[in-house]
Design a binder for this molecule. Structure first.
Ligand SMILES: *Cc1c(COP(=O)(O)O)cnc(C)c1O
Length: 404
């Protein structure tokens, strides 16, 4: 694109048409924030060609924005490192915008979804409370083994949905087993890999068709931005992209800048989150006020072997959950007595966060339903931050000691 000189005229015209930014053929080290809703063209013909997709370029930031596209491309690059074929990405304003675009893009009235029963609450309510109104039926089932998953299929199953690491049991999905079940039924396997990040596991390498992240969590990594991303093959991303454009949940350029910046330190952060979570899990397990610790890095976890086979360098991420002896009050007291860990929504990020599961993420469940889901009245989810692990262990110990 060439630059034309601005028009001259009165002070308002000159104020609106100050000189445009230079377009250098030189790469900036930092990612420019294209904080613009619209793009200009040199001619009406170029405008038409770009809009029609016959010429490269940007038109409108809901459709495409260079900063957002660069972030999505970065995640596709990381998720697709060992995956067969080309992998592309689409960036969204939140994880839920990404999840809803996958579902709206790939499902129609009459279709059926097979979804892991242990799934993010927003995904559960989207399927059971929203898509159900549009004629999409969902079966929530234990997908931990392929036989169980196969039993949940119907002849209308188009999508199988699982999470690499589920909350709060930290169970690990059998990705290749689920891919086999889905593909044999002519369905797609979509995986929410928010808890793992591409540093720990890349589901496309194990047969998944689409991978979704709440970028709000580890990709951003600092709890200061909301975003989402979907990656996969171009033909499978096309309907998802279409929904992003039609429903409008596109990522804003400022948020894209922060999320893209997060990618550079993702491996460093995930290594530290994982090592600290492992050490904290082992320390908590040894405390008499703790009845169980759920972390796949522990040999006693149901999915330990699967985690060691699927996850890079045996890393299991920064989230663990701990069953504290006693009732709901004991779980809350543990959270309140921490001096470093904070009662906070969300997970990932630099700061250690805790949530008492029965009164927060799973507050709709009574004690019996909690028990059925394998959750105790005093279970606490810990999202291990980047603080010194010795300090975190000491903090948890003093809070546990105070309960006895
Ligand atoms: C947070 C989260 C989401 C939703 O993401 P938002 O960015 O909050 O919309 C989806 N899946 C998982 C596993 C999450 O932790």
């Amino acid at each position: 694109m060439t630059q034309r000189p601005g028009p001259t005229g009165g002070e308002h015209t000159r104020a609106v048409h100050t000189p445009p930014p230079p377009v250098f053929a030189q790469a900036p080290m930092g990612l420019p924030i294209y904080r613009t809703a619209a793009f200009a063209f040199d001619s009406a013909e170029e405008y038409e060609e770009v809009l029609a997709g016959r010429a490269p370029g940007f038109t409108y930031s809901r459709i495409d924005n260079p900063t957002a596209a660069t972030f999505a491309g970065g995640v596709a690059w990381l998720e697709g490192a060992g995956a067969p074929g080309e992998v592309v990405g689409e960036a969204f304003a939140s994880g839920m915008a990404a999840i809803s675009a996958v579902m709206m893009g790939h499902l129609s009235a009459g279709d059926h979804v097979l979804c892991a029963s242990e799934v993010y609450g927003g995904t559960w309510s989207l399927l059971s409370g929203v898509l159900s109104r549009f004629g999409v039926a969902t079966t929530f089932a234990d997908l931990s083994d392929p036989a169980g998953a196969r039993a949940g299929l119907t002849d209308r199953t188009r999508l199988v949905w699982a999470e690499t690491l589920a909350n709060p049991s930290l169970s690990v999905a059998d990705l290749s087993g689920l891919a086999g079940v889905a593909h044999a039924a002519g369905a797609l396997l979509a995986v929410d890999s928010t808890f793992a990040s591409p540093v720990i596991c890349r589901p496309l390498e194990h047969g998944a068709d689409l991978v979704v992240h709440s970028a709000t969590k580890y990709l951003g990594g600092h709890s200061d931005v909301t975003g989402g991303v979907v990656v996969g093959r171009p033909d499978l991303l096309a309907p998802v992209r279409h929904m992003r454009v039609e429903l409008g949940g596109s990522l804003a350029p400022d948020e894209a800048f922060l999320l893209h910046r997060g990618l550079a330190t993702l491996p460093l952060r995930m290594a530290r989150h994982s090592a600290s979570a492992q050490a904290l899990a082992e320390a908590m397990l040894a405390h008499p006020a703790v009845t169980a610790v759920h972390y796949p890095g522990l040999p006693g976890h149901r999915d330990h072997q699967r985690a060691m086979a699927l996850f890079d360098s045996g890393r299991c991420g920064g989230v663990l959950s701990v069953d504290i002896a006693g009732d709901r009050a004991a779980g809350r007291a543990f959270c309140d007595r921490l001096r470093i860990g904070r009662n906070a929504t969300s997970l990932a990020g630099t700061h250690t966060k805790v949530s008492h599961v029965a009164s927060t993420t799973h507050r709709q469940l009574d004690d019996a339903a909690l028990r059925a889901a394998g959750i105790g009245p005093a279970t606490v989810r810990v999202s291990v931050g980047l603080e010194d692990v010795e300090d975190l262990i000491a903090d948890c110990r003093q809070a546990l000691d105070s309960l006895r």
